[in-house]
Design a protein. Structure first.
Lengths: 388, 382, 310
């Protein structure tokens, strides 16, 4: 088992570089578990938009009531009233909408004079349209009263309006299944896992390959009494052991973060899916290990391949937000199918043959990737040997 | 002498494949990935017609007012008022559309208007708001008639069905607040900081205790600082060209919006490049230890700084700048990002020039400390 | 005097690397600085070149004090460091041209100097090669070419032959002698006594940061008592033989090392015949016999009590 031992010696000498990825992943995993903590409620809740409300007019009853009305539809974010902090907040979506009531608005409005509220929004955004609707609705309701009745006091107006505005549609929620956000979080965890796992496998496997492909060493090995078959067997064993250790290390913290959930059928599906993913990841790493020649190239390739596949396959940005062309391109990587399966596991409400079959089909595609890449690698190795 | 050293340093640095990869190719690849991943992101936020189903039954047919309101809310010619893409179905058909995710809600008349939903969300809230609005207007009209029956004759119907727009939109800044551009700005900032590899390299080849080449160069009759400054000029030149190529790639090929003030954009690139290169020299000269450790510090440092300026999570920049503004001013990546951001988004230049000033201060700080280390000509050990 | 070093003292923490080191090198000499690893040869060179700080002592080159700013002195010096000091990213030609360019600005003059240097070390066919493609020996030759292209008057070589194949080693040693014939003064450090014996006009032996002996090789060998060294393979080593041999005339010492008897004679005395006669008459069976004149190693051994090489 000489070769096998050497394999892990080489891994050990690269341990710092490999551990960086483990820590990056754990960092992301911890961050993830602290966000997305709102459980998904089964009854209907109105979406709330973050806005800044700046009143340059007097504290009129009309405007205070507008604020009270908006209260149930928006979150008021307190910001310094200077241009820059409002602009910044809008850019980074701390707020999505700015309402600015100009001076003298109430007086002119009550006299039916032409007035307007100044607003700033994220152009073309849904939240912008929603806010437009809300404010216009409030002011239009007031307008109708003012246009029709000249003798109404501001107070009367408000009372009437509030009665009207309390009218609301009856909501029937169709979906009664209790949803748990653990699914969602766990899917994120497992999606991110693909990044670190891929990077570690490429680095580790190619580091070992590079040592064994070193010309002088290769000659010496070829001269040793060890049979080529036996050596290859030990290499394969080494690759698999390394992959298994990495995989176990990566999934271990999911048991800590999500506890007993990991033993439910969904949790086990996540684990199974990640295991299937290690196969094409290993075989691609093996291909890369056979192609590259220098340590510098190694870190370059591992970075580009792991980051690249994750970006286009929906690890960092959800698949639903990616363009069609990008997704089509991504479907040529195993990561895409892996992420797709994770998302499907999280989304599925009930698990039966109908919902499980597509998942297994995706996993089969990953295995297909593994086999195809392995075949290509073996052909390359054979050709290289022919040349040497 | 300047040209001799400058020319050979250019040759050395451009031929170093590893450095050229990290300073030029890697940012371009990352930029492409950002582009692929984010190109659709702003459309996620953008409003598109909400798909709904209406159960076409007797009660619905009777409610002419609602039908008219719905008609106008789903009329594509209605500009901003156009909200919905309506399908008329049976209840069962509608429910299967809803479960399949083809529509977002069903309007169903059954002893009053009901809204059937599967989940909560902004689009669902808008559908609800539409129905609320309809019911509220009815309530208003009946309230007015109750108080004043003649109102009907005085144009109440007209008044209640006409919709007046009370809003006047002011744009947020000189360009749309498109969050994704910030990712590309941080990318340039990261690339600038990666220029530190060049700076580090120049220190290594000029300090006799760091490399054999340096010992040889130190023995030549040219002042050490002169050799160093000429070498740094070469490093900055290459990095500036790299940043220029990256900028061209982002603007011409990927069509990322950088605003139009080319002079100021170039000024930012120059300031960022010089800061990055001197940052590398600074780390190279003050940190004791092998080259591996120094490169590790540079990578970890650039990545942390890029993270804090929003490269992995766009809101990070906002959080830092509002909660710990000092950190923002000390972080060169944030300053570079902020330069581009303010050129893109603000109408004024105060922020831009403040950022540039801080970049210059940081450069001066890095250069001074590097100088204090480099000016030593004799070493305690080699 | 080309170089005059007086009482040079250098410490690394508690370790005294140079302990009142004194050295004088005259015009036209090839001075060999010989000493085991860690004896302070490289430290001495780096101090002389003003690369290292030192606690005490004075260093004059061509009669002027050496300092980092002594550019007129630096112009006359060529150095070849122990570690190969070339740029991976530059070709053989470019490397030589770069370093030469730090001394000579005139492009045309420089071109002929670079070509001459490449000729000199036998790298003319490798001008466009990158250092990575060169073998260890060729790389060392490039290292030398970079140090001498500007035709320095004083050349300092610090172990230029470490890990070099015999062919390149000969090329290098011959080259040094040629440079010397062309008028350069050479300082050459090494822990290979054969090399030093072969090319140096004067040798300084170093140990523990001090020069312990100087002179040409004959002078050095004349300093010690022992002369010829005879080694005989004896199949049945017995203590009786040792006592008998020690009683033979002109014997300085005799000892067994496994089955090899080593006998050292007094200087200028020949004991080989006497020894063989003794073995014959006692009918002691013996195998191989070697007879060697004293080496610098013997000189070192006698002065310090230890071997030159570990």
């Amino acid at each position: 088992m000489q070769v096998y031992k050497v394999y892990f010696k080489i891994i050990k000498s690269n341990i710092i570089q490999l551990m960086i990825y483990v820590f990056v992943f754990l960092f992301l995993a911890v961050i993830l578990s602290s966000t997305y903590s709102d459980p998904i409620k089964t009854d209907f809740t109105s979406a709330k938009v973050n806005i800044a409300f700046i009143n340059e007019d007097e504290d009129s009853i009309l405007l205070n009531n507008l604020k009270d009305y908006l209260e149930s539809h928006v979150n008021f974010i307190a910001l310094p009233h200077n241009e820059k902090s409002l602009q910044d907040a809008l850019f980074f979506r701390q707020i999505e909408y700015i309402v600015r009531i100009p001076k003298g608005f109430t007086k002119s409005f009550l006299k039916s004079e032409k007035v307007s509220v100044n607003i700033t929004k994220v152009p073309e955004s849904t939240s912008g349209i929603y806010m437009d609707t809300l404010i216009n609705k409030y002011l239009n309701t007031a307008r109708i009263y003012i246009e029709s009745e000249n003798d109404m006091t501001e107070k009367e107006l408000i009372e009437n309006m509030n009665t009207d505005l309390s009218e609301s549609a009856e909501i029937v929620m169709l979906n009664s299944a209790v949803e748990n956000d653990t699914y969602e979080k766990c899917a994120y965890y497992y999606n991110y896992l693909s990044y670190s796992l891929f990077a570690i496998l490429i680095l580790g496997v190619s580091a070992v390959m590079m040592v064994f492909h070193n010309k002088d060493l290769k000659k010496r090995n070829n001269c040793s009494p060890l049979k080529l078959k036996c050596m290859n067997f030990q290499m394969i064993l080494g690759n698999f052991s390394f992959t298994m250790v990495t995989w176990i290390l990566m999934i271990a913290s999911s048991f800590i973060l999500y506890g007993s959930f990991m033993f439910t059928s969904k949790g086990l599906l996540f684990i199974m899916n990640s295991f299937v993913f290690t196969l094409p990841a290993l075989s691609i790493s093996y291909l890369i290990g056979n192609l590259i020649k220098s340590k510098n190239a190694m870190s370059a390739v591992s970075n580009v391949v792991s980051l690249g596949t994750c970006f286009i396959s929906g690890v960092f940005v959800p698949q639903a937000h990616l363009g069609d062309t990008v997704l089509k391109l991504a479907s040529f990587t195993p990561t895409y199918w892996y992420v797709k399966t994770n998302n499907a596991i999280a989304d599925s409400i009930i698990l039966n043959t109908d919902t499980l079959m597509p998942l297994f089909y995706n996993m089969l595609i990953m295995v297909g990737f593994a086999v195809a890449v392995l075949v290509v690698t073996l052909v390359i190795i054979k050709q290289k040997r022919g040349l040497a | 002498m300047f040209w001799h050293i400058y020319k050979y340093r250019l040759k050395c640095l451009t031929r170093s494949r590893q450095m050229m990869f990290w300073t030029l190719l890697f940012p371009i690849i990352l930029g492409t990935l950002f582009y692929m991943a984010f190109s659709n992101l702003s459309s996620v936020e953008a409003f598109s017609h909400i798909k709904i189903a209406v159960v076409d039954n007797e009660e619905f047919q009777k409610d002419t007012n609602f039908r008219e309101a719905l008609q106008s809310a789903s009329d594509p010619d209605n500009g901003d008022g156009s909200l919905f893409d309506v399908t008329y179905t049976s209840k069962e058909e509608g429910e299967s559309l809803l479960m399949g995710g083809n529509i977002e809600g069903i309007i169903y008349f059954n002893n009053g208007i009901k809204l059937i939903l599967k989940e909560s969300g902004l689009n669902q809230t808008i559908i609800k708001e539409f129905i609320d609005h309809y019911k509220q207007t009815l309530s208003t009209v009946s309230a007015i008639i109750n108080r004043n029956p003649e109102a009907m004759q005085k144009g109440l119907i007209e008044s209640s069905t006409s919709h007046k727009d009370f809003l006047k939109e002011a744009s947020a800044g000189s360009s749309a607040p498109d969050t994704t551009v910030n990712y590309f700005y941080t990318l340039i900032a990261m690339a600038c900081l990666y220029g530190s590899f060049f700076g580090l390299n120049e220190v290594t080849v000029n300090q006799a205790n760091l490399s054999a080449q340096a010992a040889r160069a130190n023995m030549s009759p040219v002042h050490k600082l002169r050799v160093f400054i000429y070498s740094m000029t070469a490093a900055a030149t290459i990095q500036l060209v790299n940043i220029g190529i990256l900028l061209l790639y982002l603007t011409v090929i990927l069509h990322i919006n950088f605003g139009t003030q080319i002079t100021y954009i170039l000024l930012t690139c120059i300031a960022g490049t010089v800061t990055g290169v001197t940052f590398g020299a600074f780390i190279g000269s003050i940190v004791k230890g092998g080259e591996g450790i120094k490169i590790g510090i540079l990578i970890a440092g650039s990545m942390t700084m890029s993270f804090l300026s929003g490269m992995m999570y766009d809101k990070m920049k906002y959080i830092v700048n509002t909660k710990v503004p000092v950190l923002g001013y000390l972080n060169p990546a944030n300053l570079i990002t902020d330069c581009f951001y303010s050129l893109y988004y603000y109408d004024t230049y105060t922020v831009f020039f403040t950022d540039i000033l801080f970049l210059i201060l940081l450069t001066a700080f890095f250069s001074l400390l590097t100088y204090l280390q480099i000016r030593r000509q004799k070493y305690a050990s080699l | 005097m080309v170089i005059s070093v007086k009482n040079l003292t250098k410490r690394y923490g508690d370790l005294v690397a140079l302990d009142h080191f004194n050295l004088e090198v005259g015009e036209g000499e090839i001075l060999g600085l010989l000493g085991p690893n860690g004896s302070g040869k490289t430290t001495a060179i780096n101090c002389i070149l003003s690369l290292l700080k030192y606690e005490k002592g004075s260093i004059d080159i061509y009669g002027k004090p050496m300092a980092p700013e002594a550019y007129d002195l630096k112009r006359k010096i060529g150095i070849i460091m122990q570690n190969v000091a070339v740029f991976e990213e530059l070709t053989v030609y470019e490397n030589i041209d770069y370093f030469c360019g730090l001394y000579i600005s005139d492009k045309n003059k420089r071109r002929s100097l670079v070509i001459e240097a490449m000729d000199f070390v036998g790298l003319n066919d490798y001008g466009k090669f990158y250092p990575k493609k060169l073998s260890g020996g060729l790389l060392r030759r490039l290292n030398i070419a970079c140090g001498i292209a500007h035709k320095p008057d004083l050349i300092i070589l610090d172990e230029p032959t470490v890990a070099v194949d015999p062919q390149s080693r000969n090329n290098i040693l011959e080259g040094i002698q040629r440079l010397n014939r062309e008028g350069a003064t050479v300082i050459y450090t090494s822990h290979y006594m054969e090399e030093v014996e072969q090319i140096c006009t004067r040798i300084a032996i170093m140990d523990k940061g001090k020069i312990i002996a100087t002179g040409n090789k004959e002078e050095l060998k004349a300093m010690i008592n022992s002369g010829e060294k005879i080694t005989v393979e004896i199949y049945n080593p017995e203590n009786r033989i040792l006592t008998d041999v020690k009683n033979l005339p002109h014997i300085v010492s005799a000892f067994f090392h496994d089955s090899f008897l080593t006998v050292k004679s007094e200087r200028d005395k020949n004991n080989l015949m006497v020894l063989i006669d003794y073995l014959k008459t006692r009918q002691i069976a013996f195998g191989k016999i070697y007879s060697e004149p004293p080496t610098l190693n013997d000189v070192f051994l006698e002065i310090t009590g230890k071997e030159l090489r570990d």
